[in-house]
Design a protein around this ligand. Structure first.
Ligand code: ADP
Length: 270
């Protein structure tokens, strides 16, 4: 192509091109700002447990003559290390979900299996918190997505339902089809969330009740992960809650068109 022709073409497409370039720069600036905020929030949140680990190590050293004290500090050190590990892996998961990378595993995923796996992963915590988990029957519904990410999203909701309920309480997980979408609802009769916090709980590191959340050892990242996970699947999550009565989180995902006649085989009678 001759230079003159190129110039002529360029002048024709310039206004749109400029707009696209500007939009691209704004988008890049926004992503960059998000990344900066994320790094700064994260470093801040890591400082507390790292500081605790350092202090506990010093405490162990100076209590060396007292085995009982040493045991006590070692137990606390181990708890802090576990928390730090959980925080780090959640930070990594969230950062992956927020990045532009495509979700690699887009498959037909059974929602019943996702719910079952989430409940199973929390069986031990539920038992030690004396919470019973009730599950509705199988619905045979499928969504398109990454099974592991979806399971983590449901697990996070369930972990919260357990953590913010009193001992002896029951939490429920139900699946249903509504308007071409699949709804997964996780309901509890726990402490509930004040209205003014209901939008903010999905922000990373936000905790509705600082003192209480600290006691339950939360990271403030669970719901941010849920939000990003479902958004990456073209879905949404919303919340109904009343302080003192409980909360229901509902994940909504596009229903996948799957030929269930090949995926749902009738059980053979022995
Ligand atoms: P955390 O690790 O602190 O639980 P999340 O992002 O999972 O972090 O939740 C953010 C905050 O939302 C929690 O600290 C808590 O205050 C509130 N929250 C989340 N789920 C529930 C629930 N089921 N019942 C009451 N409060 C909840």
């Amino acid at each position: 192509v001759e230079p003159r022709v190129v110039a002529a073409r360029a002048s024709v497409i310039t206004p749109r091109l400029t707009l696209i370039v500007i939009r691209d720069i704004t988008e890049r600036e926004r992503v960059e700002q998000m990344r900066r905020d994320f790094v700064s929030n994260t470093s801040h949140e890591l400082k507390t447990p790292v500081g605790a680990v350092t202090l506990l190590a010093e405490a162990i050293e100076s209590a060396a003559d007292d085995p009982e004290q040493v045991r006590h500090f070692v137990r606390r050190l181990s708890a802090e290390a576990t928390r730090l590990g959980q925080l780090t892996s959640r930070i990594m998961n969230l950062s992956r979900l927020q990045s532009a990378d495509e979700i690699s595993e887009m498959r037909d995923v059974s929602v019943d299996e996702v719910v079952r796996a989430a409940i199973e992963s929390l069986a031990v915590s539920a038992e030690s918190a004396e919470i019973s988990v009730a599950r509705g029957g199988d619905r045979g519904l499928f969504v398109r997505g990454d099974r592991q990410i979806l399971t983590e999203a449901v697990s996070n909701l369930l972990a919260n339902a357990i953590a913010y309920s009193p001992p002896g309480a029951q939490v429920g997980v139900g699946v249903r089809e509504a308007d071409g979408a699949v709804e997964i609802a996780v309901a509890d009769h726990g402490i509930g969330i004040p209205e003014e916090d209901q939008q903010r709980v999905f922000e990373r590191f936000y905790r509705a009740d600082q003192a209480r959340s600290r006691r339950t050892g939360g990271t403030g990242l669970g719901l941010a992960i849920v939000k990003h996970a479902v958004q990456r699947h073209g879905g949404s999550v919303d919340l109904w809650s009343r302080p003192g009565r409980g909360s229901t989180f509902t994940i909504r995902l596009p229903l996948a068109a799957v030929d269930t006649s090949t995926t749902r085989k009738p059980k053979k009678k022995k």
